[in-house]
Design a protein around this ligand. Structure first.
Ligand code: SF4
Length: 514
């Protein structure tokens, strides 16, 4: 999206007689390395250039500053002219990998160009992970105080959770590298009921990494595709300082104080957080430790007209944990069936989890629903190719809810999104303990808001975002859970007493837009 937008801006600048901009993408090495093959991609992602004993990095070090500068200037001009209307990241990466230069490696080419870059785009880890952040600023040869940082889709960083590791990985790592002090510590945490603070010795971490890398290299040399669990543990623990670890069949890492996430860059020139989900803005700003940030609300006038937002106060429509009975699911099935027949097109239904997804799919007699670990390509294809109305059911925070487009000829194929039950995170023991810790910072009520309400809001907005993909799209958002009144989600929703009212508003809306 950023390349597409900058392409339009660049073409406009050229017409006005101004200089175009270059945007340098920082992507994983395995997307650019010319030596990497499909079968060794994952191993390369773990241990990098050492896998192939590649000599190009040392060759680069021997090149003169002048030569490197000249290469930069030419490459920058090349990239600048490629960023034009209609371009996207994959095309840009293709252009970069096809570019010939003395450096011979597209990844090193970008690394080298960073020292003169004015505009760089990278993923969150380059901001959150202290080691990657350091690499980025060092490569750019720039101080945070000289930088403006824009965080797009910034609601994603407002969760407090910064890492996840399955217990199985630790067991696998023991098979890989045998006895190790860090693995012993992690194994001894099994069954721990309290939040843990754990900061391994630096030399132990380095030793773990060394053994794990050696393991991957040995496997590669023996022609095996095996990747290292120990390296995943190393990555997980890189952020363990200032964090809590919760053990509950697996390990989850939470920031001790989420306000610290942005404080590490509070000496930069400007921090700009962008999100279509930040609402209420004050909640997010306090959680992220920027309560005094200037908050700017941008509402699209056009958007208000092309969608209808219906909520319910029906006392039987809630999927709070204590209400999840057979009768309640049957009632949801009835209400959904009545509503769906009044929607003139495809419908996406989102539920709180996979289990409820399967139950509702059964009640609505649809085979199109997302299952755990599923590749959702077949579901997308079913929606895109069907000549009949499709009902697709999926869990909030599943693959369908996160960034999948149901589009044909640049128009959305979805006429309504229904949220059947609000997707609050399950109140696990560790989340409740974390709420107590966060209450010491913000007080009990606000801590609960941050840990339960904010994630639900973010998940709901992500689900709803699947419907309107262009200016021409129209459709309905229907929230079937009366607890929606506790969330400050929408400015212009219509609260409906019962299912008949919902149907009345749907019929009126679709007739008007027919
Ligand atoms: S230096 Fe470049 S070509 Fe060599 S292994 Fe690394 S990414 Fe691949």
């Amino acid at each position: 999206a950023w390349f597409r937008e900058l392409g339009i801006i660049n073409d406009f600048l050229t017409k006005q007689g101004y200089q175009r901009w270059t945007l340098f993408p920082i992507v994983a090495k395995n997307r650019l390395c010319p030596l990497v093959k499909q079968h060794d991609r994952d191993q390369f992602a773990q241990i990098g250039c050492w896998l192939f004993d590649c000599q190009l990095p040392s060759y680069l070090k021997k090149m003169s500053r002048k030569t490197l500068r000249n290469i930069n200037v030419e490459f920058e001009a090349f990239l600048r002219n490629r960023i034009k209307t209609g371009v996207d990241l994959s095309e840009i990466l293709w252009e970069i990998t096809s570019y010939t230069s003395e450096i011979k490696c597209p990844y090193l080419l970008i690394q080298n160009a960073l020292s003169s870059a004015r505009l760089v785009i990278a993923t969150y880890p380059y901001l959150i992970n202290p080691i990657l952040r350091d690499i980025l600023f060092t490569s750019m040869d720039i101080l945070p105080s000289q930088t403006t940082i824009i965080i797009d889709e910034a609601h994603n960083i407002a969760s407090g959770q910064i890492g996840h590791l399955s217990f199985k990985k630790v067991q696998n790592a023991v098979q890989e590298i045998d006895i190790d002090p860090i693995l012993n510590d992690l194994l001894s945490m099994k069954g721990e009921k309290q939040l843990i603070t754990y900061e391994p010795q630096e030399e132990d971490l380095i030793a773990l990494r060394k053994k794990a890398k050696r393991h991957v290299k040995n496997q590669y040399e023996q022609g095996r595709k095996v990747v290292s669990s120990a390296l995943e543990i190393y990555r997980f623990l890189q952020q363990s300082s200032n964090s809590y670890i919760a053990v509950n069949g697996n390990f989850k890492m939470y920031l001790q104080d989420p306000r610290e996430l942005l404080s590490v860059i509070d000496d930069c020139k400007q921090r700009i957080l962008l999100s279509g989900t930040f609402r209420p803005l004050d909640y997010f700003a306090n959680f992220l430790g920027v309560p005094n940030a200037k908050k700017i609300n941008l509402t699209s006038y056009h958007r208000r007209k092309n969608r209808i937002i219906l909520t319910t106060v029906d006392p039987k429509l809630t999927l709070r944990y204590s209400a999840r009975t057979k009768q309640r699911f049957l009632y949801y099935g009835e209400v959904l069936s009545e509503i769906i027949v009044n929607i003139p097109g495809n419908v996406l239904i989102f539920t709180p989890n996979y289990e409820i997804t399967a139950i509702l799919a059964n009640l609505l007699r649809t085979s199109l629903y997302e299952k755990p670990q599923q590749n959702v390509a077949s579901l997308i294809q079913a929606v895109q190719t069907s000549l009949e109305k499709v009902i697709l059911i999926a869990p909030a925070r599943g693959k369908v809810s996160e960034g999948i487009e149901f589009v044909r000829d640049e128009q959305s194929l979805i006429k309504a999104v229904i949220i059947a039950g609000l997707p609050y995170p399950p109140p696990t023991r560790s989340l409740k303990q974390l709420a107590k810790k966060y209450a010491e910072i913000w007080g009990e009520e606000q801590a609960a808001n941050y840990l339960f309400f904010l994630p639900a809001e973010v998940a709901i907005r992500q689900c709803l975002g699947r419907m309107l993909r262009s200016k021409k799209d129209i459709g309905a958002w229907i929230i079937l859970d009366n607890r929606v009144v506790n969330l400050d989600l929408f400015n212009h929703s219509i609260s409906c007493r019962n299912t008949s009212k919902i149907i009345y508003h749907l019929q009126t809306f679709y007739q008007k837009h027919h």
